[in-house]
Write a protein that binds this ligand. Structure first.
Ligand code: UDX
Length: 446
């Protein structure tokens, strides 16, 4: 009999995982504690912008015309406990307010709500990004609370999906990592990830702490790579070098690799910033804080980028933002997402606003979330409307739509043809040819 799967928490990770499992042929039941989210998903609508996810859901959500009917949603723990052989815990682990450490309350609550309903053999699989040691603690908690006792096991299976590519990354992962304590748990997870999903994907079996650490180590490495190239951008600016050329040149070395070497206003979002901070906090608790002091530098280089962008903009408008109109293109932390969590773009817009600039923001998908986080900024419905009368235009999130803009047309709307590219993603020559002064971070002024 095919395994029955539940997915607890239906954010980016959970909604995508649930839809992917249904795509693989499993019967899936998704649970969230927010009834509105469940209602939306049960209607085939996604509570966030994620390319391809709505289509994948529509193909499987029960009750939708033409769907396989393999995917259902509920708010009932009892139903989830009775249904599943494998329960994936996909709730979020945000940064604690005012602290570096990670807030485990959602994961703890999920396990504690599920456990009393586990009356038959089941595998509970943690997917959330957690501090190392959490799986050990949660396994003990499960053993304490689950009526089926030792027939209920825990495993840890970190997820590496990127927002904007969530569907692709879930259906075609570049590796599958499972932390297990028994052969049975490994066997069950191999069954879940049987082809076609795992075709060609390395399957790495580890213990609990290693599985938890793989995720934080991977994100720390990525954050370090970005801060490294941003540090090079600082040096390039001081020395008159070009960080884009530098990145291209070092990226040809296969040991370094060309990806994640785009200098600009730095990383943001719901993962990299909080994951490196939580990692430092956890290492401190373990007495290994010295091993990760470099991450403090990675974080501070990253945060410096936002301030530096503000400085460049202030300098560009003559030393003060007072009475100046600043157009901001981009609000999300990256393109192809509506996520504005810890967004460098929105942070820069906010700083300029606080320094007296008249900031108008436009983003293709992030406007509703940006308005919620920063209601005092002005928002426009299009790039063209945002740049109307602008003294300077800031390009802060590299949406395709912005790369496709016509600099000549935009030039007619602005007061001053001055653009600062905070993502090194626009075609400098194109903008210069249309009469713009184009400046980017870590590149010569020209
Ligand atoms: C990240 C990891 O990539 C993913 O594996 C993990 O599961 C979750 O965290 P995500 O937060 O979706 O994914 O975004 P990612 O594509 O990694 O970008 C993170 C940030 O880094 C963005 O703000 C992006 O603009 C920035 N970035 C990325 C750069 O500034 N330069 C780069 O070269 C690459």
């Amino acid at each position: 009999m095919a395994l029955k799967i539940t997915v607890i928490g239906t954010g980016y990770l959970g909604a995508t995982h649930a839809a992917a499992m249904a795509e693989l042929g499993f019967e899936v039941l998704g649970l969230d504690i927010v009834p509105e989210k469940i209602e939306m998903l049960a209607g085939g609508r996604v509570p966030m912008y994620e390319p391809g996810l709505e289509e994948l859901l529509a193909a499987h959500v029960a009750g939708l015309p033409g769907s396989t009917g393999r995917l259902r949603f509920t708010t009932s723990w009892e139903e989830v406990g009775a249904f599943g052989d494998v329960h994936f815990v996909c709730v979020n682990t945000p940064q604690k307010h005012g602290e570096y450490a990670c807030d485990m309350s959602y994961v703890d609550a999920a396990v504690e709500s599920l456990a009393p309903h586990l009356t038959r053999p089941a595998l509970v699989v943690g997917k959330s990004t957690v501090p190392v040691g959490s799986a050990d603690r949660l396994a003990a908690r499960l053993a304490e609370l689950a009526p089926a006792g030792t027939a209920v096991e825990l495993a840890w299976n970190p997820e590496f999906l990127r927002e904007g590519f969530a569907v692709q990354d879930t259906l075609h992962p570049d590796r599958i990592v499972v932390g297990v304590r028994s052969e049975q748990a490994e066997k069950t997870l191999r069954e879940v990830y049987a082809t076609p999903l795992a075709e060609g994907s390395p399957f790495v079996v580890t213990d609990f702490p290693t599985a938890e650490l793989v995720k934080t180590a991977a994100n720390s490495f990525l954050a370090t790579k970005i801060s490294f190239i941003n540090a090079m951008a600082e040096v390039c600016e001081a020395a008159g070098g070009d960080v884009v050329k530098l990145a291209e040149a070092i990226g040809h070395d296969e040991r370094i690799g060309a990806k994640f070497l785009r200098a600009g206003i730095g990383f943001g979002g719901g993962c990299l910033p909080k994951d490196i901070r939580a990692f430092m906090a956890r290492a401190g608790e373990l007495g290994a804080d010295q091993a990760l002091t470099f991450l403090r530098e990675v974080d501070s280089i990253n945060m410096r980028r936002r301030g530096h962008m503000v400085e460049l903009a202030r300098e560009a408008v003559g030393g003060s933002f007072l009475g100046k109109r600043v157009a901001v293109l981009g609000a999300t932390f990256k393109p192809d997402s509506d996520d504005v969590r810890d967004s460098p773009a929105l942070n820069v817009a906010g700083q300029i606003h606080l320094q007296g600039g008249q900031v108008t923001v436009y983003d293709p998908k992030g406007m509703a979330n940006a308005r919620q986080v920063f209601p005092t900024l002005a928002y426009a419905d299009s790039a063209m409307a945002a740049v109307e009368g602008a003294d300077v235009v800031l390009h802060l999130t590299e949406w395709r739509e912005f790369r496709d803009l016509d600099p000549a047309a935009l030039g007619k709307a602005v007061t001053d043809r001055l653009i600062l590219d905070g993502r090194n993603a626009l075609d400098a020559e194109l903008w210069r040819a249309a009469g713009w002064t184009y400046r980017a971070m870590g590149r010569p002024k020209a």
